[in-house]
Ligand binder design. Sequence first.
Ligand SMILES: [Zn+2]
Ligand SMILES: [Zn+2]
Length: 250
Amino acid sequence: MKLTVVGCSGSFPSAESACSSYLVEADGFRLLLDMGNGALGELQRHCGLYDLDAIFLSHLHADHCIDMCAYFVARYYRHDGGRCAPIPVYGPEGTEHRLTTAYADTPTASSMSEVFDFHTVKPSTFDVGPFTVHTERVAHPVEAYGIRVEHGGKSLTYSGDTGITPALDELARDTDLFLCEAAFTHGKEDIPDLHLNGREAGETATRAGARRLVLTHIPPWTDPQVNLADARAVFDGPVELAAPRVSYEI
Ligand SMILES: [Zn+2]
Ligand SMILES: [Zn+2]
């Protein structure tokens, strides 16, 4: 499978990157993980507006889902051929209400469901197109999920937003590519059950036995090189910083 970083800025967009959004492709199927601020524009560098097959929202903080409001416009008011058929959207309890409220002025209370087929995520294992996905609750102030995507004997694990949690260690067990958030700086920010720092991301990767670590969700006010060095100090495998428009073959 192929992973492309659409956006990787943490909490708010940077001049260089949209917020969280990652495109996962295999067998011609396109699964988007998160659609944060600015992601819909960036996405169009990688595929057509209507080429997505499914969307997974890790949680309902704006930096992971708010461009779904813009995507609603593109699908509901489509100019070349009428309204789009509903695309599967996997998200936490209340996703439809959250997006409808954020949009503020949908034609009816159920308009979102005319173009999005909402599925409520719980910790579970299920198929999405050619992928087998595993979801686990992670440690964040709102209901939030990490996701493991498997295809052809390979796996990608995305932490979503989380503090330290055994659930993430298990989800990322022996994973081929671990896309892990590192929003905080070791020694500077220390708030439990919110975000990981670079060191904690590296320690999680070590505990999990991940083969490769890609740090993401680093906010513009944080020095990414510090987080990168902190992760490398505690994880023996390859570590790099996520960057927009970079792809990985897994
Ligand atoms: Zn976030
Ligand atoms: Zn969050």
